[in-house]
Ligand binder design. Structure first.
Ligand code: HEM
Length: 113
């Protein structure tokens, strides 16, 4: 059995600039276009695994996530609840349990139409 440390690949400070900062623009070129799949940055993004046993549901998951997210953004303005502080976006501050996830926080969904 081969296992690999996805956390390390995704936070390798010798490769990524500011690996603990949420920065989707790191996957864009100077014209704002998504880097091609063969770019090393894309190759090192292992959300769906890698190799022969990588996720067979990747295409379905990508389409469904795109539809769900765009439907939400088309229909709602998402804002933070001013009465509640946002947790830090830095995953190193999250409690280390079975799944690493931020503590609960509140978002307001305001209908756009
Ligand atoms: C955001 C959604 C998803 C993520 C992040 C995800 C991620 C992954 C990862 C990391 C693996 C393991 C790859 C490895 O062992 O190296 C995997 C395997 C797998 N995924 Fe997904 N997955 C997602 C959605 C789905 C969906 C929607 C399906 C089915 C409709 C699916 C079916 C599978 C199957 C069957 C495997 C095992 C493949 C094998 O061992 O040959 N996944 N997935």
């Amino acid at each position: 059995m081969v296992t690999y440390n996805v956390w390390h690949v995704h936070h390798d400070e010798s490769f990524w600039k500011n690996p603990f900062t949420f920065d989707p623009t790191r996957f864009l070129d100077e014209h704002g276009n998504l880097l091609p799949p063969e770019d090393e940055k894309r190759q090192r993004l292992l959300t769906f695994g890698i190799g022969k046993r990588s996720c067979v549901g990747e295409k379905l998951a990508r389409v469904r996530i795109f539809l769900a997210l765009t439907s939400l953004l088309q229909n709602f303005d998402l804002t933070r609840d001013p009465s509640e502080p946002f947790p830090s976006p830095d995953p190193r501050t999250y409690p280390c349990e079975f799944f690493m996830q931020p503590p609960p926080y509140k978002l307001q969904f305001k209908p756009r139409h």
